[in-house]
Write a protein that binds this ligand. Structure first.
Ligand SMILES: Cc1cc2nc3c(=O)[nH]c(=O)nc-3n(C[C@H](O)[C@H](O)[C@H](O)COP(=O)(O)O)c2cc1C
Length: 400
């Protein structure tokens, strides 16, 4: 996502500086070229060598260092090559310097020389943050298009439980990605996305499930977040890492997924049901493990009686305010794909349905068709799921 992007990461002297190791790692994982610039006091808290190792680039603590001799005027070279300057953690001191045009160290000098987008993640004691001078400086920087992320409330290094903590690394990196990667056409919207295959318990160790990997739902959630939307991702069990800056709401069965969907439905502008939800569940989930052989009558089984689960899409189609939000479903069929998908679209009163065949399961690619509420079909070639997610969101964004 951040390939060919150069991020200058400024680190000033807050105890939160250790968290910047994680910020560097995550940015590197996304393909960014990361150059760390540390204030002199920050080097007393975390060794520059740590950041050098993590970033793979020299750490800038002195613009006159022979290490930077390949750059004739290092602060200008770095300022020009920056796609974005992130300062995390940012002290009250650095905020004050930037707001007042001071350039007396490598970090403030590079920032003042650069036209790149700037993102600030402040970290400080609550009384420092509430100091009117600091707040005035923050206001000044916001008016100059500096983006701020945090600080957030929580336990501070000094022991207080109050505002001042640096935002979490994943949130900071999410902000960097949102700023750099795609247009923010979904800013101010909220998406509710479901993903994964539900599990219907037979007994404490066995369940009925399906082959859904959750990849398409996770890709949709990630893409919506990248485009600036808030996202509630309701996830049946998967082996996937949480998308950046999203904490999945984990559920197990169709019943618990329905409950979670109803919890978040009212606040959603768009609901995308990418989860593979079980149509049937055992009438009774046994409390103890069933035995292979009939040992005792109570825990032996030769067949499992099933009952239908509640249909999530049908249930939400009947909710109040249905027409105030877009409702999108997925249809996966082994035969008569388009005809069956159209039937589902109608039956469940959807705005769009994404039709795909079982080759989608588990893989990273998807060949799909989008059918709108008028029954108009558009076919799309096989492509990576993260790319397909943006194609689908382009269509959904026209509905909300
Ligand atoms: C252990 C320790 C933790 C500190 N944490 C913070 C902090 O979180 N935020 C802040 O604004 N200043 C903090 N300070 C104060 C700054 O380090 C101090 O204002 C320093 O002059 C700022 O230098 P710099 O902005 O060049 O890094 C801390 C100081 C110490 C000794």
């Amino acid at each position: 996502m951040l390939k060919a992007k150069t991020i200058i990461l400024g680190i000033s002297s807050s105890i939160a500086a250790y968290k910047s190791c994680e910020v560097v790692s995550q940015l590197k994982k996304l393909g960014a070229d990361v150059w760390v610039v540390m204030t002199s006091d920050a080097t007393k808290l975390v060794s520059p060598l740590t950041f050098r190792t993590l970033s793979g680039n020299p750490v800038i603590t002195d613009l006159y260092s022979p290490e930077l001799s390949s750059m004739p005027v290092p602060h200008i070279s770095l300022a020009k090559r920056a796609s974005l300057i992130l300062i995390a953690p940012c002290t009250a001191n650095v905020i004050g310097k930037l707001a007042n045009g001071i350039a007396d160290d490598p970090l403030s000098t590079i920032v003042i020389s650069s036209t790149a987008k700037k993102v600030i993640a402040p970290a400080m004691n609550c009384e420092m943050w509430r100091n009117p001078l600091v707040l005035q400086n923050v206001k000044k920087l916001k008016a100059l298009n500096f983006d701020f992320i945090g600080p957030v409330e929580g336990k501070l290094a000094c022991g207080d439980d109050d505002i001042g903590r640096m935002a979490e690394p994943a949130e900071i990196v999410g902000e960097v990605v949102s700023s750099l990667v795609v247009q923010q056409d979904l800013k101010g919207k909220r998406f509710l996305v479901t993903a994964g295959g539900t599990r219907e318990a037979i007994d404490p160790v066995r369940y009925i499930s399906n082959r859904s990997s959750g990849k398409m739902g996770y890709a949709l959630a990630q893409a919506a977040r990248e485009r600036g939307s808030a996202v509630n991702l309701i996830s049946a069990p998967t082996n996937l890492a949480a998308p950046l800056d999203i904490k999945p709401i984990k559920v197990e069965s169709a019943g618990s997924m329905l409950e979670a969907v109803l919890d978040y439905y009212n606040s959603a502008d768009a609901v995308i049901m990418a989860a593979a939800v079980a149509d049937y569940r055992p009438v009774k989930a046994e409390g103890k493990k069933l035995k292979k052989k009939v040992i005792s009558k109570q825990y032996a089984v030769s067949s499992i009686e099933l009952e239908e689960t509640d249909d999530i899409l049908k249930t939400i189609a009947k909710q109040k305010g249905r027409k105030d939000r877009a409702l999108v479903g997925f249809a996966l069929e082994t035969d008569d794909l388009i005809a069956n998908a159209k039937k589902k679209l109608k039956e469940k009163d959807l705005d769009l349905i994404i039709a795909n065949d079982p080759s989608t399961f588990d893989g990273n690619l998807i060949k799909f068709s989008i059918i709108d509420s008028q029954g108009k079909v558009k076919n799309y070639p096989k492509q990576p799921k993260d790319q397909a997610a943006h194609v689908i969101l382009d269509r959904v964004s026209n509905l909300i």
